[in-house]
Design a binder for this molecule. Structure first.
Ligand code: SF4
Ligand code: SF4
Length: 370
C-alpha cells in the first residue's frame, strides 16, 4: 500500500491561497476537451485540498488525475491569486512516485536510459553535418529527430543556405521531460551531451526544440555546459532573409517557448520580415491555447492529445482564415500534423522549414521560367 503524501510548506500555502475562482478552468486544454471539472486546474486544486485535509484517500484514480495535465502553464498565467497549479501538478507527480505510485512514465525513463531517446529507436541518424570544430552546435531533440525528419532536413538546409558554420553531435535525450512526469533527469545522459557539445569548441548551442532549450538553459544538471544557449528563433531573428510570401500566415506559440521561456517576439520578428500578410490568432502569446503535446500528456493519452490539437487547430483556422500555420516546436508540429483533417486546407510548418521552402520556390526552375 503506497504511503500518503506529506505536503510541504510551499504546497500548503498555495492550496490555501487558491480562491476556487475557476479562472484557470477556462484556459485549461484538458477542461476544454473533457468538460470534467476534476480534469482542469481548479479541479486539481480541490483534489489537493481534500488530500491535504485527509478527506480523500490517495488512490490510483487520484494519481491518474494528476497525469491529465500538459503542463502548459496557461492556468498559472491566468490565476489572479498568483497560484502556480502546473508546478503543483509536477510536484505532486513526484510526490506520488515517492509514495509508491509508479506511473507509466517509469517505462519511458527506462527507454531513455537504454536507448538515449524517448522512442526506443535503435538507428541513429547521420544528418551529414558533423565537423570536428565549429562556432555553433545544433541540437535537435528526440521528437524532431525521430518523428519530424522532413522538417529537420529543411531546417538544416536553411542553415546551409544562410551559410551558418555549425556542427552536430551524437546527441542523446536531454531527459528533462522526466522531471515533469514524476521522475528525475538522467545525469549520465546530461553528462554525455555536455562532453559531446564541449568537444566541438562551439561558443553557442542552438536548439530547435523549445523544451530542450529550457533544459539546457535552466536545469542544474547542465550548469557546466559553459555555452550560450539559444533557441533557433533567437538565433535567426537578425538574419536578412531574401524571401517573402504573399500568403496569409499565422503563428501558434508553443507553451514551452512562450509561457515557459518568454520567447514571443523573436519568431514574430522573423515572420514579419517574410510575410506581410501575418495575422494573430485570437488566443495568442501568453494566452495561446495548448496543442496538447506537452508534460508527457501525448505519451500517456495519445488520442486525447490529438483531440486537443484538433480543437486548437480549428480555433486558429476559424479566427484567422490563414493558409499557413507556423510554429517552431517539433512537438506542436507533430501534434498539429496528426490532428489536421483532410478537408482542412491550411498548411502547417515549423518556421525554419517554411523559410527553406520559400528559398526553394525562389530558385525552382518553374518559378524562374515564370
Ligand atoms: S498546466 Fe495547462 S493542462 Fe495543466 S492544469 Fe494548467 S491549464 Fe490545465
Ligand atoms: S488556481 Fe488560481 S485561477 Fe485556479 S481556481 Fe485557484 S485561484 Fe482561481
Amino acid at each position: 500500500m503506497p504511503n500518503q503524501i506529506k505536503f510541504d510548506e510551499k504546497m500548503r500555502k498555495a492550496i490555501v491561497q487558491c480562491s476556487r475562482c475557476s479562472f484557470c478552468r477556462a484556459v485549461c486544454p484538458i477542461f476544454d476537451l473533457t468538460k470534467r471539472p476534476i480534469a482542469n486546474a481548479s479541479g486539481k486544486m480541490i483534489l489537493l485540498k481534500e488530500l491535504m485535509e485527509g478527506k480523500l484517500p490517495l488512490t490510483e484514480s487520484v494519481a491518474q488525475a494528476f497525469l491529465r495535465c500538459t503542463t502548459c502553464m496557461n492556468c498559472t498565467t491566468n490565476c489572479p491569486s498568483g497560484v502556480d497549479p502546473q508546478e503543483m501538478v509536477k510536484s505532486m507527480r513526484k510526490d506520488m512516485v515517492g509514495a509508491g505510485f509508479n506511473n507509466l512514465f517509469k517505462a519511458m525513463g527506462e527507454t531513455i536510459e537504454k536507448y538515449g531517446n524517448i522512442y526506443g529507436e535503435t538507428e541513429r541518424h547521420d544528418w551529414g553535418r558533423k565537423k570536428e570544430k565549429a562556432p555553433y552546435t545544433l541540437f535537435l531533440g528526440c521528437v524532431g529527430t525521430y518523428r519530424e525528419e522532413e522538417s529537420v532536413q529543411e531546417t538544416l538546409r536553411l542553415l546551409d543556405i544562410l551559410k551558418v558554420d555549425y556542427t552536430m553531435v551524437d546527441e542523446v535525450c536531454c531527459s528533462g521531460v522526466l522531471e515533469d512526469v514524476g521522475y528525475s533527469i538522467k545525469e549520465d545522459l546530461a553528462r554525455r551531451n555536455i562532453i559531446e557539445i564541449q568537444k566541438t569548441g562551439a561558443k553557442t548551442l542552438i536548439t530547435t526544440c523549445p523544451y530542450c532549450y529550457r533544459v539546457f538553459k535552466e536545469h542544474p544538471s547542465y550548469k557546466d555546459l559553459g555555452l550560450e544557449v539559444k533557441h533557433i528563433t533567437q538565433f535567426l531573428k537578425d538574419f536578412d532573409f531574401k524571401v517573402k510570401t504573399d500568403k496569409k500566415v499565422t503563428y501558434h506559440d508553443p507553451c514551452d517557448l512562450g509561457r515557459h521561456a518568454g520567447i514571443y517576439d523573436e519568431p514574430r520578428e522573423i515572420i514579419r520580415k517574410i510575410a506581410p500578410n501575418f495575422v494573430e490568432p485570437r488566443r495568442t502569446r501568453e494566452n495561446a491555447m495548448c496543442c496538447g503535446a506537452g508534460g508527457g500528456f501525448r505519451g500517456a493519452f495519445a488520442k486525447e492529445s490529438v483531440r486537443i490539437a484538433r480543437n486548437r487547430l480549428s480555433q486558429i483556422i476559424e479566427d484567422t482564415g490563414a493558409e499557413i500555420l507556423l510554429t517552431e516546436c517539433p512537438s506542436c508540429l507533430h501534434n498539429f500534423r496528426n490532428a489536421k483533417r483532410q478537408k482542412q486546407k491550411i498548411e502547417i510548418y515549423n518556421l525554419t522549414e517554411f523559410l527553406a521552402k520559400l528559398y526553394q520556390e525562389k530558385t525552382s526552375p518553374a518559378k524562374e521560367a515564370a
